[in-house]
Design a protein around this ligand. Structure first.
Ligand code: ADP
Ligand code: MG
Length: 275
């Protein structure tokens, strides 16, 4: 069965697209050695998925090289150091953003679908050419937002754009950097508030976690099982489980019973069907 494509996108930049793509990809690959996962860094000019994974020194070719026929797709794929079933197609660092077209992305992803079960696309910020290239072959979209009004507003705009696409793309909500103490003191919007505004199905909530700084510096995503004490790491692993159809309740970020959300997750059938 050809692989599925999941787009990681947001309206606002800096809300955690790259962090989420890296962590969820690692968690999915670690969860099941039979799932072959490929990440595509579409943020042309601003490579950073490679750095989060500690793969920056292994890059020889990139996405633009593949599209222009300067190398074969396989030659450009960088294998993860830890997980043999995880690979990265890196972004070009210097070329201009119009170097790739949506049609080229569709044919590249069609080729990758034969090699991988899952293709995770880290999209650039904004809704320009890079966004349209990222969306071109997506089956599912994960909309990442923080619980700030500006980010939520921009997420809403992106959801509108995705819903207007002729091809059906399912949208899922991932709320990042949630701070329980700020929600309690009414200084941050709650999960409910964000869900009410955006009106799409919730996939997960990732707490604010300062360990992310160290993990990014080391090139070791927090979702690796060694980071047992990281709240964000656990939350990312939970998202990966939900994507494969396991019912995992929301983490207890608030120290309260969050079982109200379990019902919601019950509706979430496996996004990824392996046959
Ligand atoms: P984007 O790809 O959307 O631009 P990034 O993934 O690069 O966003 O994240 C932007 C910044 O936010 C980075 O410095 C990252 O370390 C930080 N960050 C992301 N998620 C979290 C989190 N859950 N807790 C703390 N910091 C985070
Ligand atoms: Mg990014």
């Amino acid at each position: 069965m050809p692989g599925k494509t999941i787009l990681f996108t947001s309206g606002k930049g800096g809300v955690g697209k790259t962090t989420s793509t890296a962590n969820i990809a690692v968690a999915l690959a670690a969860q099941d050695p039979n799932i072959n996962v490929c990440m595509i860094d579409m943020d042309i000019g601003l490579r950073n998925l490679d750095i989060q994974l500690g793969l920056e020194n292994r890059i020889v070719y990139n996405l633009v090289d593949v599209v222009e026929g300067a190398c074969k797709t396989k030659q450009a794929l960088v294998k993860d150091k830890r997980l043999p079933n995880l690979a990265l197609l890196p972004a070009a660092q210097t070329r201009d953003k119009s170097a790739v077209t949506p049609e080229q992305m569709v044919s590249l992803i069609d080729e990758l679908r034969e090699m991988f079960d899952l293709i995770l696309i880290d999209s650039p910020a904004g809704i320009e050419q890079g966004f349209h290239n990222s969306v071109a072959a997506a089956d599912e979209a994960i909309i990442i937002t923080t619980a700030e009004m500006s980010a939520v507003r921009d997420a809403d705009r992106v959801i509108g754009l995705l819903e207007a696409y002729p091809r059906k793309i399912n949208c899922w909500l991932l709320i990042n950097r949630l701070r329980a103490s700020m929600v309690k003191s009414n200084d941050m919007m709650s999960v409910d508030d964000v869900m009410e505004i955006l009106g799409i199905k919730l996939l997960g909530v990732i707490p604010e976690d300062e360990k992310i700084i160290v993990s990014t510096n080391k090139g070791e995503p927090l979702s690796l099982a060694v980071n047992k004490t990281s709240g964000a790491g656990q939350a990312f692993r939970n998202v990966a489980l939900r994507l494969t159809g396991v019912e995992v309740p929301l983490m207890d970020i608030f120290g309260e019973n969050q079982n109200i959300f379990v019902k919601q997750f019950k509706k979430l059938k496996s996004l990824i069907k392996f046959g």
